[in-house]
Design a protein around this ligand. Structure first.
Ligand code: F6P
Length: 329
């Protein structure tokens, strides 16, 4: 059933990602262009449950496009996973006159949106906001490009020390269950190898890669390692430890980049992506769309059912694996 939308709510949820502010700004200004009121919900789904609402106008989002983090703050809210939490959230929304919701976040946040939309008659539009780039249906997520550039910047610096000391550096990057950050930062920084959850890692093969470089008079090596761990296997410490034990001739070190990957001013790419997606979220609502995530595929806006975006795996392009293998020789 289509209904008139007078007021929308917007929130950011899950891990912050550079470009979230650009997305909020685009949502607010596009909504205002249609005379729709905007309520900012603070701290993700917590704010819905605790009624932490603020009025947002076009000027509230001035001077935010270049800022990292999220002006609405964010959280991982377990209370929203309960039906009581969602009921409270819905009642608060009705009381505040919120007719539709825009959720900016990653897989967990959109999973919450999907549960909410199933129980209550409320249009929800999702925007993919996560540095992990692990949402199906969009070529890139908001924040991924910035994080990638941050990582490459760090790896370039670490390489100076790796070269000076003839060391092997295992650099751990985020990505939870997805290897996009590790694989692509390895290519962009000219690393010797990447260890990603989508691939199988054989320590002997890894050592062979490093040796291969040594034979060609490369005395240092950089290995990008995805943080993903399964049954105690995975992560930079694990692989550095194994290599050091099994190949004591290598001088291995570990750097875990951690949360510095999530901060910082968004790249132009992320600002444009977030602006287009935020604008598209309001267009989608105007068209009567509901429970879709905005994606961009081949430079075109697409509407992806949230149920698909969260369930389907987003595979790593196999070509990227060959590119790294060949070019790191
Ligand atoms: O989902 C984004 C992400 O940065 C993951 O890459 C990482 O595993 C996780 O969030 C870390 O979460 P937190 O900041 O809650 O420790």
């Amino acid at each position: 059933m289509e209904r008139h939308i007078n007021t929308i709510g917007v929130l950011t949820s899950g891990g912050d990602a550079p470009g979230m502010n650009a997305a909020i700004r685009a949502v607010v200004r596009s909504a205002r262009a249609h005379d729709i009121n905007v309520i900012g919900v603070m701290r993700g789904y917590f704010g819905l449950i605790e009624k932490e609402f603020i009025k947002l106008t076009s000027s509230s989002v001035s001077n935010t496009i270049q800022r990292g983090g999220t002006i609405l703050k964010t959280a991982r809210c377990t209370a929203f996973l309960t039906s009581e939490g969602r009921k409270k959230a819905y009642d608060n929304m009705v009381e505040a006159g919120i007719d539709a919701l825009v959720v900016i976040g990653g897989n967990g946040s959109l999973t919450g949106a999907q549960l909410f939309a199933r129980e209550y008659d409320l249009p929800i539009i999702g925007l993919p906001g996560t540095i992990d780039n692990d949402l199906y249906g969009t070529d890139s997520t908001i924040g991924y490009d910035t994080a990638l550039n941050t990582i490459v910047d760090c790896v370039d610096k670490i390489r100076d020390t790796a070269n000076s000391h003839d060391r092997i550096f295992f650099i751990e990057v985020m990505g939870r269950d997805a290897g996009f950050l590790a694989q692509n930062s390895a290519i962009a920084s000219g690393a010797e190898a990447a260890i990603i959850p989508e691939g199988k890692t054989d320590v002997d093969q890894l050592a062979e890669f490093i040796e291969r470089g040594k034979r060609k008079s490369k005395n240092s090596a950089i290995v990008l390692v995805s943080e993903a761990q399964k049954d105690g296997v995975g992560g930079a410490l694990y692989y550095a430890d194994r290599i050091q034990k099994e190949y004591p001739q290598f001088d291995a070190r570990v750097t875990i980049l951690g949360h510095l990957q999530r901060g910082g001013s968004p790249t132009a790419y992320d600002r444009i992506l977030a602006s287009r997606m935020g604008y598209a979220a309001i267009e989608a609502l105007m068209e009567g769309q509901r429970n879709v995530m905005i994606g961009i595929k081949n430079d075109e806006i697409v509407y992806v059912p949230i149920s698909r975006a969260i369930k389907m795996d987003k595979p790593i392009n196999k070509e990227l694996i060959s590119v790294l293998n060949v070019l790191s020789m």
